[in-house]
Design a protein around this ligand. Sequence first.
Ligand SMILES: *Cc1c(COP(=O)(O)O)cnc(C)c1O
Length: 412
Amino acid sequence: MALKLPIYMDHAATTPCDPRVVEAMLPFFTEKFGNAGSRNHRFGWEAEEGVDAARQHAAALIGADEKCIIFTSGSTESNNLAIKGAAYMYEKAPAGSRSRGHIVSCIIEHKAVLDPVKRLVKEGFDATFIEPPSDGVITADMVKAAMRDDTILVTIMWANNEIGTVNEVRQIGALCKQRGVLFHTDATQWTGKMPVNVDADNIDLLSWSGHKIYGPKGVGALYVRRQRPRVRLQSLLDGGGQERGFRSGTLNVPGIVGFGKACEIAKAEMHRDAERLSHLRHRLETEITARLDSCAINGHREKRLPHITNISFGFVEGEGLMMAVKNIACSSGSACTSASLEPSYVLKGLGVGDELAHSSLRLSLGRWTTDEQIDYAIEEISKAVKKLRTMSPLYDMHKEGIDLSKVEWAHH
Ligand SMILES: *Cc1c(COP(=O)(O)O)cnc(C)c1O
């Protein structure tokens, strides 16, 4: 069968909705359209039943009690609620502290963590942003070194969205627990792909999102620990008092039902998916690096999610590379800001040079990625890089053995 183009290898950006998810959602747009807050009639009860079942599936996915699940509009909102909500609730008295309170995070977090923390700094909180080593993995020792006696919150992502690296979450959580500091993790890339147990993993607050786990966009959840310790948050949205006052607003019932279904499927199928995708990724990486010299895989080679790879190609120009692989939907190491193309701050944070960051590709595989698509990506990428290198005088010099030590493509 002919391959349908373009192929999708950008599952870290978003995933298609699983058809089983869509099917579960459909009745909640039409016959079961009630407001889950309507207590007096069947329409409300049906909607509430849908939400309750979804809450159970969401809780089961992370080993939590369902009372700890707050539905939100996605991970951006969950992160904002966790970080700002905790900061405002646990801020220090001005007399006893250097600042309103200190927060520990990391420079390669998602913007949906960095920007809430930066806003808090503008408002008088203090923050330390850990700089990762070149493998991208944040350890408990790094967090320990960043902590102060006025630290109120640590927010470190579980797995990085650009390079797929996995941080020492359980150990960081244990450290925070021992110090009596709250621990939030943006687990958007990890949850639903790999196992979570909020108790064993020592997590107080955890964010995840529907559209990264084959559910709908615009819906997600925040786990908020209720025991040992009972975490309190200042709400960001005030109104009808839904979600136990943490998040007012009429519940997005179809979205929540879809999110719950996505969690249920993920719990049942994540191991199989991870196993299959790790083989596909292995083939993708080994074939590409066998066919091409001067390319480097970014981030720790083992402590990584199984379905993401981020590869830098020396001696090619970033924009040319993206154009040449336009039949492969993936992300580049360039971030579009309003004015220009900026190299990815995540790759820069690992010490990858600007040029090489621009000529990097993030390929992220998913539930419906096929062997044929992997074959196609191997062929297309190798072909494109080889062709672009025929136009590179630097590559000629490199091949002739001229020392190009200023060209830092090998950062390992
Ligand atoms: C996608 C993503 C987000 C944002 O999630 P939304 O649900 O789109 O708001 C936050 N953090 C990480 C790590 C992500 O990958």
